[in-house]
Design a protein around this ligand. Structure first.
Ligand code: GDP
Ligand code: IMO
Ligand code: MG
Length: 438
């Protein structure tokens, strides 16, 4: 059975977690393949509301093996806290498996994330401060500590004796920060290793074996394609390689590319971004506040799951959506938060840009030009009607259906699922993604 990849089609926070939770009932394996605890995936189901950063969103399905793949960087404290939180709330975590090849976020990564943002001054990226970027930098720079090292005290000792003095020089001499203490780190991380040992496995074998047995596998992306190191709005991107792309999914779990034939692009019905960087359709003032604060009392306003930062909001960008769909080979769309648009008399979608008086149909690579483009909008009539209780496509107001159809045209892929509220059942399935029914 071919594997399915779930990717974010915008700048993250599209609702990937809720889509994975919804689809997981049909899957025997769900694997995270990239990023670290910079990701924040919110799930609202019959067990409550959960914010997950490292554990795959399939954890609520009792039949699913949940894998944290080799492409993820792991803050062991975050992971252990998340597992403890889930256990306390009655969720069985015995099916979690952590790749022995995944890299570890060490204290110097957290320190350098903060110090480096300060040093960049006005050129700061607006990172999540989770040490994820520096951990990926060290992975590429061949200075990483992996899960396999964490669970073997001698290996951890050896690496610490080499890497810590190296990093302390950078922290003190380059950034002017305080040095880190080796004994404290050794004791703390040995303990994390001891606690994580039962979960550690050669996870690529687990995924490959499940694939060979013909089981359904879901690869859960983090972030969004516009934050991808290669294809995003560089340098205002994240650091995974390649962070949020379907093409990176196989690499991040240890499967061959022929295993995947379905790529579900998750898109919000409008656009959001946390952190800095170009955002052609960004709104300010009342319309931005209306998008951001919709559902704020229920905790579903546009505020970061990981950092609590307010998200920048704007209209749906059809130019970027088509671009990310093509980059990933998206052949199925999950459109989220349609309910949020119900408040507007008219909704807008961006269909092109203008740059220096010329109409263009792609975001330029140059940061200067990407900041200078002006969106060309198409205005569509609003529906001014709550849709949170709708469960069948024909029951949506005609204007909402027309909006969905326009998105399909712009992105050039079918919308197979629409969500109209944060809870698992608040979804409309328009085409069976893989036998997924409510
Ligand atoms: P992810 O990072 O892609 O998993 O997305 P996040 O969980 O960071 O952000 C999505 C937010 O939207 C969360 O607060 C979800 O609970 C919420 N959400 C998801 N789908 C819907 C929806 O259809 N309607 C509304 N109102 N909220 C939704
Ligand atoms: P999920 O999986 C939204 C953004 C940060 C910042 C940039 C770099 O929840 O969609 P980093 O800490 O990764 O070095 O920060 O990337 N970013 C996200 N934005 N959702 C995410 O993940 C993000 N992960 C990173 O805000 O702009
Ligand atoms: Mg998120």
């Amino acid at each position: 059975m071919p594997a399915t990849v779930i990717i974010g089609g915008q700048w993250g926070d599209e609702g990937k977690g809720r889509v994975v939770d919804f689809l997981s009932r049909n899957c025997s394996v769900i694997a995270r393949y990239s990023a670290g605890s910079n990701a924040g995936h919110t799930i609202v189901n019959d067990l409550g509301r959960f914010g997950l950063h490292l554990v795959p969103a399939g954890i609520f399905n009792p039949n699913t093996t949940c894998i944290v793949g080799n492409g993820v960087v792991i803050n062991p404290k975050s992971l252990l806290d998340e597992l403890a939180m889930l256990n306390e709330r009655g969720v069985d975590t015995s099916r979690v498996r952590v790749s022995d090849r995944a890299h570890i976020v060490m204290p110097w990564h957290l320190a350098i994330d903060e110090l480096d943002e300060k040093m960049r001054g006005e050129h700061a990226i607006g990172t999540t401060g989770t040490g994820t970027g520096p951990a990926f930098t060290d992975k590429t720079g061949r200075l990483g500590v992996r899960v396999t090292d964490l669970v073997q005290p001698e290996s951890l000792d050896q690496l610490l004796s080499f890497i810590l003095p190296y990093k302390n020089r950078i922290i003190t001499e380059l950034y002017g920060g305080d040095p880190l203490d080796g004994d404290e780190i050794r004791a703390e991380y040995q303990e994390y290793g001891r606690q994580l040992r039962p979960y550690v496995a050669d996870t690529s074998r687990l995924v490959q074996d499940a694939h060979d047995r013909g089981e359904q596998i879901l690869l859960e992306g983090a972030q969004g394609t516009l934050l991808d190191l290669d294809n995003g709005t560089y340098p205002y991107v994240t650091s995974s390689v390649p962070s949020s792309m379907a093409a990176g999914a196989c690499l991040g779990v240890g499967l061959g590319p022929t295993a995947v034939d379905r790529v579900v692009g998750v898109y919000k019905a409008y656009q959001t971004r946390v952190g800095d960087g170009p955002f052609p359709t960004e709104l300010f003032g009342e319309e931005a506040a209306a998008l951001r604060d919709h559902g704020i009392e229920q905790g579903t306003g546009e505020y970061g799951t990981t950092t609590g930062r307010p998200r920048r909001c704007g209209w749906f960008d059809g130019v970027l959506a088509r671009h990310t769909a093509k980059l990933n080979g998206v052949n199925s769309i999950a459109l989220t938060r349609l309910d949020v648009l119900a408040q507007f008399d008219a909704v807008h979608v961006c269909v092109a840009y203008e740059l220096n008086g010329k109409r263009i149909d792609a975001l330029p690579a140059s940061l200067h030009e990407a900041n200078a483009v002006r969106p060309v909008y198409e205005e569509l009539p609003g529906w001014k009607q709550e849709v949170s209780d709708v469960r069948h496509f024909p029951d949506l107001p005609p204007e909402a259906r027309a909006f969905v159809r326009r998105i399909e045209d712009l992105v050039d892929a079918p919308v197979d699922m629409i969500s109209v509220g944060p809870a698992r059942e608040q979804a409309i399935v328009t085409r069976d993604i893989f036998g997924g029914t409510l």
